[in-house]
Design a protein around this ligand. Structure first.
Ligand code: MG
Length: 266
């Protein structure tokens, strides 16, 4: 075939290859609409925090109780609970509905700087009652420490996260907020949970992602994990830890994003 006739065909082929399927419309996304508009979502978050609040005194009193694997000699340590931040303490539903796809961390950071954080219902009262009982509250988030052009601070996300938590009525500081990619940490949260467990008896974990409770839950492993977790692996992790759900581990619903998306068969 003459090259003159081939060129338009090739151009057409390349255009077809470059055309991605259209991104899903957030305004039509059932998960986003449910979080934004349903009374049921609010009822669930209140339910989770009410159960955590009522369970806490028993865990404080039982000095043999810890939710960290291997922490079996912590009776002498002060008591702590560990909370995730996004969709556990602060709601980012309005960001999820409006951000320009694809997701990038700086977009969330910029949005949180320019908006007043919305609380997850129930969290403030829970933290107040935990602190009133002498419990230290730590926040372990996978918001990453990374440089932002034009800002001197090598980890500006630390302060924006502390500010976010403060905006929902929970005062905290850099000693109690642990981000990803600081102090040698990565997205694998078990390392940070173990860090808290060096100084505290950790009696409760609260989050919206399997990774807020268990190590090595992702398709893409982060050190010290080496294996890629499949959907079946993740289901088995839930089953193997049945005694802890609603009894030391409290999980909030998040149909919007999380490590679960890596388990979707493609
Ligand atoms: Mg979260």
């Amino acid at each position: 075939m003459n090259i003159r006739y081939l060129m338009p065909l090739m151009a057409l082929f390349l255009t077809a290859c470059a055309t991605e399927p259209p991104a899903p419309d957030p305004a039509q996304d059932g998960g986003l609409l449910w979080v934004k508009h349903s009374a049921e979502y609010r009822a669930m978050t209140e339910q989770v925090y009410a159960k955590a609040t009522s369970d806490l005194p028993g865990f404080i009193a039982d000095k043999s109780w810890s939710v960290i694997p291997g922490q079996d000699d912590a009776a002498h340590l002060p008591v702590a609970v560990i909370l995730d931040v996004d969709e556990t303490v602060v709601s980012n539903i309005d960001f999820q509905l409006t951000f320009e796809r694809p997701f990038e961390n700086w977009k969330l950071d910029e949005w949180t700087r320019n908006t007043v954080a919305t609380p997850i219902h129930g969290v403030r009262k829970f933290v107040e009652s935990a602190r009133a009982a002498g419990v230290t509250v730590f926040f372990v988030t996978n918001r990453p420490c990374e440089r932002i052009d034009g800002i001197d601070d090598p980890c500006p996300q630390r302060q924006s996260t502390i500010d976010d938590i403060g905006e929902v009525g929970i005062e905290t500081d850099a000693e109690h907020v642990f981000l990803s990619d600081e102090r040698g940490w990565n997205r694998e949260k078990s390392t940070r949970r173990n860090h808290v467990a060096e100084t505290h008896r950790v009696v409760m974990l609260i989050g919206d992602d399997l990774g807020d409770f268990l190590p090595c839950v992702r398709k893409k492993p982060y050190a010290p994990c080496t294996n890629s977790a499949t959907g079946a692996d993740r289901m088995k992790m839930v089953e193997d830890n049945a005694r802890l759900w609603g009894n030391g581990w409290y999980i909030l619903p998040n149909p919007m994003h999380g490590s679960w998306t890596s388990a979707i068969p493609r």
